[in-house]
Design a protein around this ligand. Structure first.
Ligand code: 5AD
Ligand code: SF4
Length: 458
């Protein structure tokens, strides 16, 4: 494995020689989840070592990379639209087009690309991301189209270069793949089986980030609480060890699975002062019947009980969640159960999705699909409830003192600073730039749906 990466470093060097003094630029378009964002940071790391520099302007790019997602259908339309748009540019200036990520693990998508978009140069999958230097070199030397998608479960590769998007907060992938096969979800088919990074590799990466001044770490995986570091080293052990690393002030993790939320993880969250007391706990549906159909392996009651147990053990804990509306067979009564859980838990944040049929998953083959119109109506009802709860919840912040990690100047008003509370709420406030990357106390003075306004307490 190490040899494989060493091999790629040789290609990086060869491409860098080819690119010398050419001032070549790349543009990257990333879809989907934080894991994909983290993969893109690795892609950018490799590209910059190869002598490409980043541009936001697609028209001046010599290399365009798409890092795709296939969790929901709308991403496909978006990808094909964008690939169509750059055809002319490809003809005019020979831009290299590379498409990678989850969607490329789906055969019907790759076939469509071959048929309708034959000018795409490189197609790479989730298990071959590290071979991008070799693929680019071959395109430069032989200009033959490259398909580099493999179906086996990939290895865990260490030592790829990385170019991070931020210098205060960083993501660290701790495990790849998923073994759960929720019946609506394509991820296990495109990301393969679960495999965990070694504890020392993760801890060294976090220590390195701390030494570079990073304050917040998000541990990433499709199912972080089934992390298996070997020799009995579990996710809770990792939490304790990351918590000890000096310089890191906040720890988050996504996504855990409710079925794997063992007591040792709850204890670790309670014990570790740096772990943010907002837990992402994907619900998907509030109906026990639907949860069974979805193959989630918990009931409504077990979910509520888990949340209660955490509230008891972890003072002031709050939750965020993912919910799918309109999965096959969902009745009005099932949907009411989802609304019921939302009313009971009062999530800080709810990521809401309309069920999207994915080719190759059990859900797609189920006969009792919910009509689109009903899905949309239910989605709107859920959204209304969630938004009313956000307003209500925001009111609770007014007058309180919040610890806020200051992230930078506000995009909409450069005279203001922006940061986040431990519960991940955006707070905008007046302050001097020396506060950036510090954790400070702010008094919350007003709420504005998607952000709070704060004031420095004198
Ligand atoms: N349709 C809609 N939403 C989905 N998700 C996963 N698969 C689908 C699908 N086929 C949602 C789940 C998951 C989140 C990342 O995406 O809620 O937690
Ligand atoms: Fe998909 Fe379920 Fe695995 Fe999450 S746990 S990635 S929803 S199969």
């Amino acid at each position: 494995m190490k040899n494989e990466i060493e091999e790629q470093y040789k290609y990086i060097e060869k491409v860098r020689e080819n690119n010398e003094n050419k001032n070549l630029k790349y543009n990257i378009f990333t879809m989907g989840c934080q894991l994909n964002e983290n993969d893109s940071e690795k892609i950018c790391g490799m590209l910059e070592k190869m002598g490409y520099s980043s541009t936001e302007n697609l028209n001046e790019a010599d290399l365009v990379i798409f890092n795709t997602c296939c969790v929901r259908e709308n991403a496909e339309d978006k990808l094909f639209g964008k690939v169509g748009e750059i055809k002319k540019q490809k003809e005019e200036r020979g831009t290299i087009i590379a498409i990678g990520g989850c969607m490329m693990q789906e055969k019907h998508i790759v076939e469509k690309l071959h048929k309708s978009y034959p000018y795409v140069d490189i197609i790479f999958g989730t298990h071959t991301l590290h071979k991008l230097p070799e693929d680019i070199y071959k395109i430069q030397e032989e200009s033959k189209k490259i398909d580099d998608v493999i179906d086996i479960d990939g290895e865990v590769y260490e030592g790829l270069p990385i170019k991070r998007n931020d210098n205060i907060k960083a993501s660290v992938t701790i495990m790849y793949g998923c073994n759960n096969f929720c019946s609506y979800c394509i991820v296990p088919y495109v990301r393969g089986r679960e495999r965990s990074r070694k504890p020392e590799d993760i801890l060294n990466e976090v220590k390195d980030l701390a030494s570079k001044g990073y304050k917040e770490i998000t541990l990433l995986g499709q199912n972080v609480n089934s992390y298996d570091g070997g020799e009995g080293y579990k996710f809770s052990n990792l939490l304790y060890d990351v918590n000890k690393i000096q310089g890191i002030e906040r720890i988050r993790f996504v996504s855990p699975h409710p079925k794997d939320f063992t007591d040792d993880v709850i204890e670790a969250i309670a014990d570790c002062d740096k772990i943010c007391k907002i837990i992402h706990l994907p619900l998907q549906s509030g109906s026990s019947k639907m949860l069974k159909v979805m193959n989630r392996k918990y009931t409504k009651e077990q979910y509520l009980e888990l949340a209660r147990k955490m509230q008891e053990r972890i003072p002031n804990v709050v939750f965020s969640t993912d919910i799918i509306v309109g999965f096959a067979g969902e009745t009005e009564e099932d949907f009411e159960d989802t609304l019921d859980v939302v009313r009971k838990i009062k999530f800080e944040q709810v990521y809401m999705f309309i069920y999207s049929r994915r080719v190759g998953t059990p859900g797609d083959k189920m006969e009792n699909q919910v009509p689109e119109e009903i899905k949309h109506k239910r989605f709107d009802r859920l959204k209304e409830l969630v938004e009313s709860q956000i307003v209500e919840n925001n009111q609770k912040y007014i007058g309180t003192i919040q610890r806020v990690l200051v992230e930078g100047t506000s995009k909409n008003n450069p005279n203001m600073l922006t940061g986040r509370t431990e519960s991940n709420k955006v707070v905008i406030f007046e302050g001097t730039k020396d506060l950036i990357d510090k954790i400070i106390d702010l008094k919350i003075v007003s709420e504005h749906m998607w952000y709070l306004k704060g004031k420095i307490e004198m």
